[in-house]
Design a binder for this molecule. Structure first.
Ligand SMILES: [Zn+2]
Ligand SMILES: [Zn+2]
Length: 250
């Protein structure tokens, strides 16, 4: 499988990064989108990727930097639909996110045959999606306080890939624990906690490889990137800072 970090910024776009969206690609015409920060559809198109490949879109939490590009993704999906008419599942943490998205689509005059899109509210701490290729489970975080927010465990091709989603400042909700089944790849946000404080905890965890995304301004620029690389070099597994458009084979 391939992980493509389409957009890797934190809450705001920066001079070199767009907001969060990551594609998990299993083949040329099969993929899953984790978060849809703007401009997720444009970033896929620039990569030469057809949005018709999307079997499902998972939104970790309802902050604008994670779902602001969802209307664009949906517009492309319904304007240029899959030839076989198969549905794309759109999974959001709350009904309010579904209602707001549908209202935006209606306000912009965009209709579609109902079978093209299936909207669902994510269940907490359970398998939220399964097809013949992947199984996805929600991993609750404390990022949104009283409102739901999630990381995801994706199991596919005999591998386990964890997406942290956005986290609490304490890092206590990082969704892996010592003794958990090994995780082949963890894609972790990097702005709501102090990296220096998280490293000792991460060293204890059954992670084989790590990609940091959701990169804050403090890590922008050559000197800061170098300092970041020096810090994560302490980890007992490979760890990388992602940039927009990077591709990782797992
Ligand atoms: Zn965020
Ligand atoms: Zn957030």
């Amino acid at each position: 499988m391939k992980i493509i970090t389409l957009g890797t910024s934190h809450g705001d776009p920066t001079y070199c990064r767009h907001c969060s969206s990551t594609l998990l690609q299993l083949s040329d015409d099969m993929g899953y989108l984790i978060d849809a920060g703007a401009p997720a559809n444009a970033l896929m198109i620039r990569k030469g990727l057809q949005l018709t490949m999307l079997r499902a879109v998972f939104i970790t939490h309802q902050h604008e930097d994670h779902m602001g590009g969802l209307p664009g993704v949906l517009k492309t999906l319904v304007k240029y639909p899959k030839r076989d008419g198969a549905t794309t599942d759109i999974l959001l943490p709350e009904q309010s996110g579904i209602d707001a998205t549908l209202a935006f689509m209606a306000a912009t005059g965009r209709g579609w045959p109902p079978e093209l899109l299936t909207f669902r509210v994510l269940p907490s701490a359970a398998c939220c999606y399964a097809d013949d290729l992947v199984r996805v489970s929600t991993l609750p975080t404390e990022h949104m306080g009283a409102s739901p927010s999630y990381g995801f465990l994706v199991e596919t091709e005999g591998k386990r890939v964890v997406f942290s989603g956005d986290l609490h400042a304490s890092f206590r909700d990082f969704p892996l624990r010592p003794g958990d089944d090994p995780c082949d790849l963890c894609i972790c946000e990097c702005v709501h906690y102090r990296l220096e404080d998280a490293l000792p905890k991460l060293k204890q965890l059954p992670i084989k490889r790590m990609i940091f995304n959701h990169i804050g301004n403090a890590w922008h620029g050559e000197d800061n990137e170098r300092r970041f690389r020096e810090l994560v070099a302490e980890l007992p597994f490979p760890a990388t800072m992602a940039f927009d458009g990077d591709e990782f084979t797992v």
